[in-house]
Design a protein around this ligand. Structure first.
Ligand code: KG4
Ligand code: ZN
Length: 340
């Protein structure tokens, strides 16, 4: 009988200190996330220095908690997967250095992981991935459509030319005086509002899978300011619903069009904005009318940053023989196509 494979994942690219342990690439044995959101809230966004300091304070505690939850010790681990980039350099460095120290001290192979590859592999904790596939990645820092012909191969067929979807959500939320991160608040407001404002949709050139959200963001901000100057009040629910309708319309139509050009078995949703109720519902509806393609959406706790997704990707990369040595450094601008 084949021995079980145990991979520990470490994720510290932004404002969550996360450690997880995954069995055979698919089963969660431990999944700990120490969120720093409360510390960043009063600044309206993530403050890099504060993020680094929290990671330093939390990382050892979270590693121990994960081992306790899984009832394992370091000697049971086959590999340590860590987010190498992209992200905040000072935040990434804490995870990378912790992983290197553990790998050295316990003689465990070190596996470097791209953060977005992790988001995509969150779906492997839901079901087995079937190739070729397309993934719609929508996070705070990234919005892209990724084509995968096999495990570990990532081809970006379209990406945002300015703001990421999550970034647009957070900026619009700020205009409405909602706390950071604004995405979930806009999502909640949108459920109770109507798409009454005629906001723009950036389709870009014919055939392009790229995105642009900065025009939409500016349109929302201008709409709010113009109304204020005229002494009018726009219901925040309707503003949220109209903004959300515009974002979802573009995301859903572009991924549906991509499935007409690329013959795929699955479409995976990935990234923090994948937690958006409106987007999940719109995709489910669109794909229920399209037979032959399986839509996979991670549960809410695996959409936003976590380490289970890093360990899931780590399991595949470990099998592919991808390793880092102790010269591994944080790479804030890491390219996902580097694996191909
Ligand atoms: O993937 P993630 O946790 O971190 C990055 O890698 O960027 O994504 C965080 C982003 C934030 O912009 C947050 O506002 C957004 O995901 N987000 C949402 C929702 N939940 C989180 N956006 C829209 N609707 C949500 N329900
Ligand atoms: Zn993320």
């Amino acid at each position: 009988m084949k021995k079980d494979q145990w991979i520990m994942g470490l994720e510290t690219s932004c404002d969550e200190t996360a450690v997880a342990i995954i069995k055979n690439g698919r089963e969660i044995a431990a999944n700990i996330v120490a969120s720093q959101i409360e510390s960043h809230k009063r600044f309206g966004g993530v403050v890099p220095e504060i993020a680094s300091r929290h990671h330093v304070e939390q990382i050892t505690i979270v590693i121990e908690e994960a081992l306790n939850q899984a009832n394992l010790s370091f000697s049971d681990l086959d590999g340590i997967a860590v987010t190498e980039g992209p992200g905040l350099v000072g935040a990434l460095l804490i995870g990378v250095n912790a992983a290197k120290a553990l790998a050295f001290a316990h003689n465990i192979p070190l596996v470097p992981i791209h953060h977005i590859a992790g988001h995509i592999y969150a779906n492997q904790l839901v079901t087995e991935l079937k190739f070729p596939l397309l993934s719609l990645v929508v996070s705070g820092g990234h919005t892209e459509i990724v084509y995968m012909k096999e495990h570990g191969h990532f081809e970006v067929i379209g990406e945002t030319r300015d703001d990421a979807a999550g970034e647009a959500y957070d900026k619009v939320a700020r205009t409405l005086n909602l706390p950071y991160p604004g995405g979930p608040h806009i999502d909640r407001l949108a459920q109770g509002g109507k798409d009454t404002l005629d906001l723009p949709r950036a389709w870009l050139e014919e055939g392009s899978y790229d995105f642009s959200f900065s025009g939409l963001k500016s349109a929302v901000i201008n709409t709010v300011h113009n109304a204020e100057q005229r002494g009018e009040v726009i219901a925040p629910e309707d503003l949220a619903a109209s903004f959300q309708a515009s974002v979802i319309d573009v995301l859903v139509k572009k991924i549906i069009r991509a499935t007409a050009e690329y013959e795929v078995k699955q479409v995976l949703l990935a990234g923090g904005v994948a937690a958006n109720k409106g987007l999940r519902m719109a995709l489910e509806k669109a794909f229920s009318e399209k037979s032959g393609i399986e839509l996979v959406i991670p549960p809410l706790n695996l959409c936003t940053d976590n380490a289970a997704m890093i360990a899931a990707a780590g399991s595949i990369m470990f099998e592919k023989g991808i390793r880092a040595d102790l010269s591994l450094n944080a790479n804030p601008g890491l390219d996902i196509e580097i694996y191909n």
